[in-house]
Design a protein around this ligand. Structure first.
Ligand SMILES: NC(=O)c1ccc[n+]([C@@H]2O[C@H](COP(=O)([O-])OP(=O)(O)OC[C@H]3O[C@@H](n4cnc5c(N)ncnc54)[C@H](O)[C@@H]3O)[C@@H](O)[C@H]2O)c1
Length: 385
């Protein structure tokens, strides 16, 4: 089957590589010829590094390169069985493009979007035959990150979902199916990793370096929240937080932080601007954390129980199965352990007690324990045996 990818930016170029590596003929389309050139050049670089490391043969690399065809018009998608859209995150633009796309491809062609924040239902509304719309959400960098969220919209047919699941498995990715709800799994469940860290900082409990130390040295996370936000970019991370908050009808659990907003407003985006929560200019010494075990434990536990509560909510609201929620967080954002498994290990009753303490202390809805957590703790149940 020929696979089409629309948009040759960060995500589109990576998705095209994944499809070509799995043996498909790929058509990569972008309006901008310069972007296509960059994608082609970038792929050549990636493949030669893989050859150097002995991960790929020269023949296979040539095969992958020859399998991708570059074009500036969507008419090149004519005989594709699947087209994945990865253009600008704007509903109006995506709707226009999907409407046009439908006039080019056959009625059998599956039409997927890689959107991070728009609903798949709203993107599919532009189609006449809307049962072929689906969300296929890769993580950056697509060739390296194993997770793919597969999101059927209310319009999506069972056949479209099944074919998409099969394909993602053939591409040797970890596919998790989730409901068409804001942030899907990862961008929803991960919110407290940033939000609660920022809140702890705002309360004056610890500085950025100490919170990062607590989450890495005690929690076992690969990166602390502030290092990670600086890596993602505070502009991007703040925009996702605002969008999730608004999409959840302003549920206080997802309330954005002034600290992050001010950093964004100041242009302190993180690594890409040389300054975020940390200063990345040359010669700047790293800030030493306060390695006080008691404070560290408090920080880690407080963020962890908030994350577990959010993971439980995703199960409670049938966004995804417990297995898929845990797979998403370990494969999509490299968490050291699935959050539900972590909850089982800590004891769900203990998690509940800690949340109840926070709720009693602050009196804020943000800390309300999830009803499923209460029920499972009461019944002494676990998510996994
Ligand atoms: N960057 C990430 O980490 C990430 C992760 C997951 C999902 N996403 C989603 O993937 C999509 C693309 O994001 P990105 O970061 O790759 O963006 P990007 O800006 O790097 O690339 C977008 C590309 O689309 C092209 N484009 C815009 N309009 C077009 C049109 N009408 N026809 C053809 N090409 C067009 C642009 O020229 C650009 O090259 C967005 O929906 C985003 O939300 C991004």
């Amino acid at each position: 089957m020929k696979v089409g990818v629309l948009g040759a930016g960060t995500m589109g170029a990576g998705i095209a590589q994944v499809a070509a590596q799995s043996g498909h003929e790929v058509v990569l389309v972008d309006l901008n010829e310069g972007v296509l050139e960059k994608a082609k050049f970038g792929l050549a670089g990636v493949l030669s590094r893989m050859i150097e490391k002995g991960k790929l043969s020269k023949e296979k690399a040539t095969h992958i390169q020859n399998a991708i065809h570059y074009a500036t018009s969507m008419t090149a998608f004519e005989d594709c069985g699947l087209v994945i859209e990865a253009i600008i995150e704007n509903l109006e633009v995506k709707n226009k493009v999907f409407e046009q796309l439908e006039t080019i491809v056959s009625s059998e062609c599956i039409l997927a979007s890689n959107t991070s924040s728009l609903s798949i239902a709203s993107i599919g509304s532009a189609l006449k035959k809307s049962d072929r719309i689906i969300g296929i959400h890769f993580f950056n960098p697509a060739p390296l990150m194993p997770l793919v969220e597969i999101i059927p919209a209310v319009q999506t047919s069972a056949a479209t979902l099944e074919k998409s699941k099969l394909l993602i498995a053939e591409w040797k990715k970890t596919g998790v199916v989730c409901k068409d709800t804001p942030g899907f799994i990862v961008n929803r469940v991960a919110r407290p990793f940033y939000g609660e860290a920022l809140r702890i900082y705002e309360e004056g409990i610890a500085d950025f370096a100490t919170i990062d130390w607590a989450m890495t040295a005690i929690g076992g996370f690969k990166m602390g929240p502030f290092t990670l936000m600086d890596y993602i970019g505070n502009d991007v991370n703040y925009a996702v937080t605002e969008s999730v908050f608004a999409s959840f009808y302003f549920d206080p659990r997802f309330k954005p932080s002034f600290t992050q907003k001010r950093h964004k407003e100041a242009g302190f985006y993180g690594r890409k601007t040389g300054r975020g929560y940390y200063d990345y200019s040359e010669g700047t010494a790293a800030i030493k954390p306060n390695e006080d075990q008691k404070i560290g434990e408090y920080i880690f536990k407080r963020i962890l129980v908030m994350l577990i509560n959010e993971a439980v909510d995703a199960v409670f609201m049938n966004v995804a199965s417990p297995q898929d929620v845990d797979l998403a967080m370990t494969n999509g954002v490299n968490y050291p352990k699935g959050l539900l498994k972590w909850g089982d290990e800590l004891g769900l009753e203990e998690v509940l007690l800690q949340l109840e303490d926070l709720f009693a202390e602050f009196g804020e809805d943000r800390y309300r324990p999830n009803p499923l957590l209460r029920k499972m703790a009461r019944e002494n149940r676990k998510f996994f045996n």
